[in-house]
Design a protein around this ligand. Sequence first.
Ligand code: FAD
Length: 521
Amino acid sequence: MSKPQAPNEPNLQASSMDSDSNVPSHLFRQAVEQAALAISITDARANILYANAAFQRITGYGQDEIVGHNESILSYRVTPKLVYETLWAQIQRQRPWNGLLVNKRKDGNRYLADVTITPVVGEAGLTTHYLGMHRDVTEVHRLERQVQNQKTLIESVVDAAQVAIVLLDENEHVLLDNQEYKKLIGDLGKEPAVRLLEALRLQMGDAYTKAYEKHRNIAAREVCIESPKRPTRWFSCAISWFEEHDVGADAFYEPLRRHYLLLTIQDISEIKRQQEALRINSLRALLAEQERIQGLRETLAGAVYQLEGPLNMLSAAANMMERRREAGADLPAASALEEAMQKSREVLETLRGCIPEQGNEALQPVNLNEVLADVLKLTTASLLGAGIVVEWSPSNEPPVVSGHPGQLTNLFKQLISNAVEAVNERRGGQRELRIACTSRGDHLEVFVEDSGPGIADDLRYKVFQPFFTTKGAARQHLGLGLAMAQEVVIRHGGTIDIDPGYHAGCRVRVQLPLLTGANHG
Ligand code: FAD
C-alpha cells in the first residue's frame, strides 16, 4: 500500500508474520482492503480510524473524507433511536451486534445497510476498537418487499373471491384458504377439501387417480355432499396444479419440485335446487299430458266397449232376420236394420280411430330408484294432505331397467295414487305407505304396500281387467288404472300381482328384468 497513512489509522502495514499462524500480517491488511464487504475500524466511541475500498465505494466517501468522523455520519435519522440503543447496549457488553440501519451516502442517497459490529477486546479485557462490516441490501429488501406485497395482494384477492379457494400440499394438508372456504368449514366440518376430493375420487374413479398422479388439472365437476340431518349440498369443484422450486439449501444446485393443488369450490346447491324444481315441474306437466291422453284413451275405449254390447245384440237380431228372409219371410225392416248397423260400425270405427296412441318414448336405461323418488316428490302434496306416513327403501345397487321413463313413472304414480285412495277409504288405524325397491338376481322387485282395506282374494286377478272397478262410476273410476299398469309392466317384460299373503292392507308387487352392466349406456 503506497497511500499516506491517516493520523488515527492503526498501523496495519506490519510485514512481520502473524504470531499464531504462518500468514504474513500484510496479507490480513490486503484481504481486508480488497474484501467485497464494507469494513471499518473505529475507536471505542465509533470514530472511524480505517475504512476499506468497498466502504468507500458504498458510502461515496473517500478515505480522507471519512477517517476521523463518527460512524453516525452515515445515519439517516429514520432508524429508531431504540435500534441504536440496543446496538450500543449489545456491543458494550462485548457482544457482536447485527441489524439493519438506514444509511445515507455522501450524495444524500439512502440505502439499507445490513450491519455487523464486533467489539475488539484488548489484552486488558477492555474494548479498544470496533470492527464494522456492512453491505448494501437495498435491492434484496426491495425484492423481499415486492414478494411480500404480491403475497398480500394475492391473499387479499383470494380472500375476497366469491368462491371457496384452498391450497393443499401433496399430502392434502391445507396451506392457504380464504373466507369462503372458512365458511364451508362451519357448514361441512373439518376438512371440507378432503371430503370434496374424496367425493371427486369416488365419482371419477380411475380418471381421478390418473389426473392426480400426473398432476393434471380437472375442469369444474359437480359433486354432492350428503350429511345426515342437513339438506344435500352441491358443489362445482375444479383442480389446478402448480409446481414450485424448493427453496431449501439442498435444492440450490439440484432443484427439487414441490406440487401444490389448488381447489376452487363453488356452492351450487341453490342452482341445483332450482334445476330440480324445474325438472319436477316439467315432469309433472309431462305426466299431466300423459294422464290427459290416458283419460281420453280410457273414455273412448269405454265408449267403444259400451257400444259394442248393443251392437252385438243388433248384429244377432239382423242375422236372425236374414235367415228368416232367406226362408221367404217378407221383412222390410231388415234392410233398414242392416243400414243402421252399417252406420253404427262406421261410428265405432271412427271412435276407435280417435283413440290417441300412447306416446312413443325411446327405450333407455332407467334407474327405478330415481323414478320412485320422483314419483314420491310428485305426490308429496297428496301424501301430506292425507297424513300418510311414507317409508321408502331404495335399492342399494343401482336398479336399472331398460324402459320408457314416462310410462314407468306413470305406472308407479298410478300404484301410489291407488294406495293413497285406499288409505283414505279406511277410517282410523295406521295411515302408512311403504315402497321398497330390491335387486333379486336378474330382476328387480318393487313393492307398494298400503294400510288400506286391501283387495279380496277373489278380486286379485279381476282388478287388472279393463273396466273392472270396485268403486263405481259415481267416483269417476273407469277401472282402467291397474289394466294400464299391467299393460306397461308387460311391455317392459315384467309381471305385476297382488300379494295374497298380505293382510294388513294391499301389497302390489312389480317385477322387472334388470339391465345388466354391459347393457348400460
Ligand atoms: P448518537 O447520539 O450517536 O447515538 C444515539 C444513541 O446511541 C444514544 O442515545 C446512545 O444510547 C447510543 N450511543 C451512541 N454512541 C454511544 C457511545 N459511544 N457509547 C454508548 N452509547 C452510545 N450508525 C449508522 O447509522 N450507520 C452505520 O453504518 C453505523 N455503523 C457503525 C459501525 C461501528 C463500528 C460502530 C461502533 C457504530 C456504528 N453506527 C452506525 C452507530 C453510530 O455510531 C451512531 O451511534 C448512530 O449512527 C446514531 O447516531 P446519532 O448521531 O443519531 O446518535
